[in-house]
Design a protein around this ligand. Sequence first.
Ligand code: DQQ
Length: 545
Amino acid sequence: PIPYPKTLTAYHCRPAKNWISGECIFFGNLATGPMYYKGYYHIFYQYNPGKAVWGNITWGHGVSKDMVQWTFLHPALAPKEWYDIKGAWSGSVTIRPDGLPLIYYTGSSAADEQMASIAEPKDPSDPMLREWVKYTHNPILRPPPAILIRDFRDPTTAWMGADGVYRLSVGSKIGRAGVALMYKSKDLYNWEYQGEEKLLHAVAGTGMWECVDFYPVGPLGEPTPPLGTHGPGVHHVLKVSLDDERHDWYALGFYDTEKDIFIPDNPIIDVGIGLRYNYGKFYASKSFIDPVKQRRIIWGFVNESDPEVYDLAKGWNTVMGIPRTVWYDNDTGINVIQLPIDEIDQLRGSKLTKKAVHLPPGSVVPVEGAIGDQLDIEVVFEYPNVSIVGESEKNLDEHFECGQGGAQARGTFGPFGLLLLADKNLTELSAVFFYISHVKNAGWTTRFCADPTRGSLAKGIDTTIYGSFVNVLESEDFLSARIFVDKSVIETFVQGGRMTVNMRAYPTIAYESNANVFFFNNGTSPIKVRSIDVWQMQAATMLNL
Ligand code: DQQ
């Protein structure tokens, strides 16, 4: 029996038809190599055509004009050759100077050796690039001597250095250090390993680096710098997916093109030990440049939080997150900004607005009329008057963590926020909230948390509470969040995209017209909502060809 039948997302990217037939099932492992070609955005994802669990990994393939409405095609790559027989794993797309896209992907052999191979479009004049041919001289890269054969995967998109030579990185580990290996090539086909002394970057203790992504990032609103841009003022992002704990971590830094190394701005928050793209369910993201709008878009998948036996019963497993543009945050200088692509706004239907709502301490206030499980919400709270707290009381909340008490904690300012996918009796609810606390010598800090502990009556669900700090400027007298609710997915962009959190919920009661939205304030001080806008979100087309 399917325990929560109404949880299949309505506007997140995932193939539709095969879920219904139940025979060819999506395992949306990751956006292996998003790209743009002849009028279409392409997405490739790790796909198990036979089952809703990981295995027999092929490259699923979808095309879209806007990254919202999707057509899914025949898989682009299937595991068939000796060098990929155990799976056509992740990689990237690189556009050749003549415009032809090349796939670099990981193959796993019968002996579990991971290696990089190339595939090319069979017919470059087909804008949908339906068929792909594996290169005759595959594999092109095999693990170098110091690297274990199972630790060599996910080649990046290639970029060109000032010397006209291409670079490419492959994720790995040496001992317990996560590393990004470097390769050079003049023609994109023949690559030369640079050795363990010439890594792009390494961080002790972080374990295997999957899905390495390395790119220059520019400020919000300016055309994003192309791959290979460098120089003193050019900020770079290095992102890795930590296999050991399944989160995507990034660091901002400088690309020293003389030495071909990444230098983090702040080694204390180096990649894998500092900042995450997302503090909840989000993994194996990759980015690409959208030449139409001169922006960089990152894309990751939103993991399931339910037991595998339920995934098998549902017949589907995992969805892609909403594609997000990524920018350098000029205001803070220490984080990136992520924003959902504007194209998603086309799904907005009827809208409801409320202004100036007072939330007394310990209150739960319904957002009347905000009903349903497909919503786009923009909420703005007044930043509370923290100056009313006496000196002696100030350090009360210093040790607050999202996971300690979650939405049921009781502090001076928070938790306050929203209850989503909540039935009228609050039997099931998913909470997202702010919490402001005073840290000695560091002043007031703000956290944002996502608490799924009461999200479902179903058993066995991972209800880890996620969250982290949010950078709030002195000049900002508000706290804001944009929240996408889509059946079993809740994605939140906090304070203009400075921080993001994804969560999952599997309501057994609180779905469709039984799903409501409430404000809540569990703190001991009153909170004021400046405004809330709630749009009903239409379903997007997910067509299977
Ligand atoms: N999954 C792929 C690997 C990659 C990992 C295999 C990320 O290539 O490192 O399905 O989830």
